[in-house]
Design a protein. Structure first.
Length: 759
DNA sequence: GAGTTTGAAACT
DNA sequence: CAGTTTCAAACTC
């Protein structure tokens, strides 16, 4: 119900019970919530447990979401009931009221208490679909419910996802609400971002509120909280007093802070109560609620006032509403899509298909769908810098009506927690790379921009121009990056979209079967590599190398045709390039690349390096960013379904990996193809290396491990086979090396994972 | 913006 | 595994 869907879902119920708020509520009510304990718990969990979850992305898990949605609906129903004034009836019966408050989920009681005429009662009793009705009937309440930062998005999302019918019904209301409330509602696209950002911002509030048992209610303003407290204090029996007061308030106005407080206590903090609370908070007249005869009007007026006066609460609402209403579909799609990827639930997929427009013609739609959960673009943006993301989202929201904004925002929320910190720091380094540009990039449709992106920007926002591959081959950058194609892509007959998730996944699997590392980052580098690069001025640390190496013949590894150069890394033994002049490091220079030296064609070199240095620095920076992205899959990369986020692996040891170290790694042939045939005379794996490997096997990602075969360890003088060797024996068996390479590998985002993923 | 170049990916 | 083809990005004009 409440926004904190994810958190709620994730957080154990026990936590709620343990929470001071819960205890407090329990103590307050003489009546023990025996009836629907389960429901009550669910609510509690939803309301409180999730505080942290607020930040979490809605995508958390489709299953959970679905469950949550159901619960959520109940809570919503209950909330509306309260707000709608049914609560009055409920309040009449104190016990009932209490139960109802506690047990929003218990529809039976609610029905009894509620006026039969009221749709609310029915809705409450009825399944989610009916809830929808309820929502329709109680648009206002819904709106306000959205008010809670967490609950808003989540509830809306949930509602929408649960039943299209309901969502449809809801939409108009939301729209109305938004319209009535203020222009801000219109802002939505941006609003989504804001919402999330606000969530974060509010998150603090929530946390503080939650933490403060005394302030059981989620009142943002201390005044409200105090008033609420007073209500409790008034009656010897806090519960009763609360109910009575609540009744009054409800009669006067649904917005009643108290109700919100109750809900909070009950465990539905964020949902309706939260909204109402915000309004009240926003509106100085809150105290006057009772005076208001027409609750609805009052609410509306308050809302408008709040909007004008207090943008925050309104904004959220508006945003939420807009999301719900105008964007409901998109949201659903997005949510579903995300869930789809995560769970790869067929049902969800079907939903997505329905929801998502097949053809990306619509910018917003496209972005939204893919973006929501899966796409790197979104992820990348998000991951880059939470702050930046926020700003961007906000900004984008303002400037960009596109759904993309909303989409991004969601992604950001989800991943912020996980990846933001790491990524943000790295990306911050490069101003150009920062999120703002990224956002723009995403919006950008022209190929030019795309190029720009490729040049400097991280891969997060890939744009392809595929015409024949249907974006289902590695030719497609988007597909190769594990992200869905988005609007900016100029691809034709694109199948790399959430709608075609099944196809995408199947294709991926197929490709992976051929080459397990196909979706692994091409450039592997250690976190520390960047500094090294700078130190050396040009050459990249040995630790950072292209996994397979390049095969350049004419570009001399000085153009982006060269993947090594493009990745900002030096060529390595793995490279079969001819006339390598890679400014980031020539194959010859590669440490421990005795074979390399043998192989290499030597080149003159210094001149190139010197000449290029200046330009290189920028490239290096960019590359660093990219590499970082790659390293931190969590942060930016993976969007497609298969991808899962690996925990970022960083070198425990700060020390740069020694070049020799690198050399070892490189030679090891992690990337080397299967070609075992040519043993590298120079570099057979030393026992030492093997030992190292064994020591670090644990750290190495499975994918890498797979590739890593003992045989592979030897880098052949022959050019690297492009095709990565299929997974071979496990690392354990094979000798491992503890080289930085290993670490690097870990950092590499695993691709194919079944877990969910990000535009 | 169109055409060329390039090298990876895919295919045989 | 090598050779060839396909493909799309990178590049040039």
């Amino acid at each position: 119900m409440d926004t904190p869907e994810k958190t709620q879902i994730t957080t154990p119920l026990s936590k709620f019970e343990d929470s001071p708020v819960f205890n407090y509520i329990s103590s307050l009510s003489p009546i023990k919530p025996v009836k629907s304990i389960n429901i009550a718990q669910s609510f509690h969990s939803l309301s409180f447990a999730s505080l942290p979850s607020v930040f979490t992305s809605p995508h958390v898990s489709s299953h959970k979401e679905t469950r949550f949605l159901k619960r959520h609906n109940y809570s919503d129903l209950s909330k509306p009931e309260f707000s709608s004034g049914n609560g009055n009836d409920v309040c009449k019966d104190e016990e009932v009221a209490v139960d109802a408050a506690q047990l929003y989920g218990n529809s039976a009681e609610l029905q009894d208490n509620f006026d039969p005429g009221m749709s609310i009662g029915e809705s409450s009793a009825e399944p989610p679909s009916e809830h929808l009705k309820f929502a329709v009937e109680l648009p206002q309440t819904l709106k306000y419910d959205c008010g809670s930062p967490d609950s808003r998005c989540a509830t809306q999302m949930d509602i929408v996802s649960e039943s299209a019918d309901t969502s449809l019904s809801l939409v108009p209301f939301t729209n109305e609400a938004s319209q009535k409330s203020s222009l801000e509602g219109q802002v939505h696209p941006a609003g989504l971002y804001r919402i999330e950002s606000e969530k974060e911002a509010t998150g603090c509030d929530w946390e503080s509120l939650i933490s403060d048992a005394a302030d059981l209610l989620v009142f943002n303003s201390p005044i409200d909280a105090e008033g609420f407290k007073e209500l409790f204090q008034k009656s010897p029996n806090p519960v009763v007093g609360f109910c009575t007061s609540f009744n009054e308030v409800q009669k006067t106005q649904i917005v009643n802070p108290f109700g919100s407080g109750e809900q909070n206590e009950m465990g539905n903090p964020s949902t309706r109560p939260g909204e109402t609370i915000e309004l009240t908070q926003m509106d100085p007249t809150l105290d006057n609620f009772a005076a208001n005869e027409d609750p609805n009007k009052y609410m509306i007026s308050n809302a408008s006032k709040a909007v004008s006066n207090l943008h925050r609460g309104m904004r959220r609402r508006c945003l939420d509403f807009e999301k719900v209403g105008s964007r409901r579909k998109s949201i659903d799609d997005g949510s579903s899509s995300s869930s789809v990827f995560v769970q790869s639930d067929e049902k969800i997929i079907s939903k997505n298909a329905q929801l998502v427009p097949v053809k990306p013609g619509q910018d917003s739609s496209r972005c939204i769908l893919p973006g929501i959960g899966l796409h790197l673009n979104a992820l990348a943006i998000n991951s880059k810098d939470s702050k930046k993301i926020k700003h961007e989202t906000f900004f984008s929201s303002i400037t960009l009506p596109g759904s993309a904004a909303s989409f991004h925002s969601r992604t950001t929320d989800r991943e912020l927690d996980e990846s933001l910190t790491l990524v943000s720091t790295e990306r911050d380094n490069d101003p150009n790379e920062n999120g703002v540009p990224l956002v723009e990039d995403c919006n950008q449709t022209s190929p030019k921009k795309k190029r720009r992106r490729l040049e400097g920007e991280p891969e997060a926002c890939k744009r392809c121009n595929c015409k024949k591959s249907k974006c289902l081959k590695l030719y497609c950058e988007c597909f190769a990056a594990g992200v869905y194609c988005i609007e900016p892509c100029a691809c034709q007959d694109c199948f790399n979209k959430p709608i075609h998730e099944d196809t995408v996944l199947a294709t991926r699997k197929q490709i992976e079967s051929r080459n397990p590392l196909a979706f692994a980052p091409k450039v592997i580098r250690s976190s520390e590599s960047a500094p090294e690069i700078r130190d050396e001025s040009i050459k990249t640390p040995a630790s950072a190398r292209h996994k397979r190496g390049c095969n350049c013949k004419k570009s001399t590894c000085l153009k982006k045709y060269c993947e090594c150069y493009q990745g900002g890394v030096g060529c390595s033994i793995n490279c079969r390039c001819e006339g390598c002049k890679n400014v980031f490091g020539r194959k010859d220079d590669f440490p421990n690349s005795g074979s390399a030296s043998m192989e290499m064609e030597d080149e003159p070199e210094d001149e190139t390096e010197a000449s290029v240095k200046n330009g290189v620095d920028k490239i290096l920076q960019k590359t660093e960013i990219q590499n970082n992205d790659e390293q931190n899959p969590n942060s930016a990369l993976p969007t497609t379904p298969l991808r899962f986020y690996r925990p970022l692996v960083q070198f425990s040891s700060k020390g740069k990996p020694p070049r020799s170290f690198l050399g070892v790694g490189s030679s090891s042939g992690l990337y080397t193809g299967h070609r075992h045939g040519k043993p590298n005379t120079l570099r057979p794996q030393s026992k030492f290396e093997k030992q190292c490997q064994n020591a670090t096997d644990d750290d190495i990602p499975e994918i890498l491990r797979e590739n890593h075969s003992p045989s592979s360890g030897i880098k052949t003088s022959s050019p690297n086979s492009k095709r990565v060797s299929p997974p071979q024996s496990n690392w354990g068996s094979s000798p491992g090396r503890r080289s930085g390479r290993k670490l690097i590998l870990q950092s590499i985002p695993s691709f194919p994972s079944l877990t969910p993923h990000e535009c």
